[in-house]
Design a protein around this ligand. Structure first.
Ligand code: MN
Length: 233
């Protein structure tokens, strides 16, 4: 909120909005779990600030706007919401929830599976074994994941998911994700362990058109401890 000539009035309005369940924000921007500059040089501070403070914040604002007329969906957790978006009949509302509910989930997840390079850790024995079983080796897994990220035409995400107890690499367009039952194909549904944002807004300031360089650098800031924990829960 801007502070200006009517700041006293605005402050009063803000208090009354905060006290009213019907109009308070349903979802809010999570703080980054590290400083925006902490992922440099792999992801630069300007990209992080715009990506988190502008792009992610905009998804949340538009999600809350869409949920204002959806009292049942507004009660759901962000996780649970993903699986219910398909049930919305109105195409415009469904699109708003798909793009912005997905955008909020995907970015919240993305921040959580990254960390400063010095804290990156490594795959646990359990994760390494699962990766070896599914892909042959860590190197082969990383190559296959990078290929999925490179092949995503336009905007979207590459994912490592658990599906029926096995690891699988998938990719979704735009802000779709592996939790969106009834929207993405059943073959792409699962529990995400890793997700890589390959929208140009995620890398263009620093890498311009060099998506491959962004993907290579990104491995340095993968939070393996977080991924290990996701595998075990
Ligand atoms: Mn993004």
């Amino acid at each position: 909120m801007k502070l200006g000539v009517a700041s006293a009035v605005l402050a009063t309005t803000a208090r009354s909005i905060a006290q009213s369940p019907a109009t308070s924000a349903i979802h809010s921007l999570p703080a980054l779990p590290y400083a925006a500059s902490d992922l440099a040089p792999h992801i630069d501070v300007e990209t992080m600030n715009i990506h988190h403070g502008k792009h992610h914040a905009a998804y949340i604002a538009k999600l809350n706007e869409a949920l204002a007329t959806q009292s049942d969906l507004a009660k759901l957790s962000l996780d649970a919401l993903q699986g219910q978006i398909h049930s919305i009949n109105d195409p415009a509302t469904q699109a708003a929830l798909r793009n912005n509910g997905g955008g909020h989930w995907n970015h919240s997840f993305f921040w959580s599976i990254m960390t400063p390079a010095k804290d990156a850790g490594k795959p646990s024995e359990k994760l390494a074994a699962a990766i070896n079983e599914a892909f042959g080796s860590i190197e082969k897994f990383q190559a296959a994941f990078a290929e999925a990220a490179m092949k995503r035409f336009g905007s979207g995400w590459a994912w490592l998911i658990i599906q029926n107890g096995k690891l699988k690499i998938t990719s979704t367009p735009n802000q779709d994700n592996p939790l969106m039952k009834g929207i993405v194909s059943d073959a792409e549904l699962g529990k995400p362990l890793l997700g890589l944002d390959v929208w140009e807004h995620a890398y263009y300031l620093h890498y311009q058109n060099r998506r491959a360089d962004y993907i290579t650098a990104w491995w340095n800031v993968v939070n393996w401890n977080a991924v290990n924990a996701l595998l075990s829960t």
